[in-house]
Design a protein around this ligand. Sequence first.
Ligand SMILES: [Mn+2]
Length: 334
Amino acid sequence: MSLNKAAELVDAGNDFILAGHEKPDGDALGSVLGLGKALASHGRNVMPCAFGGIADSLSFLPGFAGVHTVLPDRLPSGFTLLMLDCHETERLGEHGERLVEEAASLVILDHHLGEGFCSEYPGPCASVIDTRACSTAEICMRLIDVLGWKISSDMATCFYTAVLTDTGGFRYSNTSRRTFEIAGQLVDAGADPYHIALKCFESMSISKLKLLGLALETLELFFDGRVSVMLLTPDMFELCGARESDTEEFVSYARGIDSVEVAILVKEARAGMVSVSLRSKRFVNVAEIAARFGGGGHFNAAGFKITGNPVDIKQEVAALVGEYLKKSAQKNIS
Ligand SMILES: [Mn+2]
């Protein structure tokens, strides 16, 4: 089983570089820091990494100050790369290729739709991709369990944050009985739910809130109100003094409208560089739509990056989502 193979590779290694997807969210960074702490407490050398900018709201995570945002010239020889909350080299960000190339072995832990590249990887590799896991942290916890290691209070804070944020506060479709079980385990191990919820959901900067206000003003509805779209442009970021990482859950406001099945956030943080977030409520597989543009994600949450005019991109994506809605409606009837 791949989890045992992953545990073998982890057990055999001395030096580890841990990296999640670029612009890490609570799950990517929580997994990097939580698993990093587990390894460090078992005598391993660890280098937790995060590239492409980190949201300020995650700075309360234990070990945050030790995160590497750039890579040193020399990496530890023979290191094992732990690729977390993503399974493609490009998703690691600008240093991804170098990390994958220089690593002596590779372990991929993820819960996004798709396959890892272990079969093409020249060295020892294990990949555990489980789309039923609520978060990558859940898979990290399974790995730690197989290794027979304990979860410390700091690790519990990191993993609980990952579970809480990736389930949208236990609201999204990835929330199951198992989610509450592991949340309970993490509370037993020392995670403080109220403290973490305050940090994750009630610690917005005023510039972020102002940007949200501008984003909401751009809200448009299409296809009988079943598709909602918001648009962010560079001037809005500048006007509010907000950062790209401030927009993390803006799209959920567009999803939160009663009639909406699919919400789209089109974000141009720098001129011509557009990222699109897609969220669905029930039956539209937005990962499939994102894949049409070279992106990916989960059934109900996905995204992609693209260059071009955000208004054109907005129209194109909305039209495609409309087609999927039509197709799904036909399927429901037949
Ligand atoms: Mn995740």
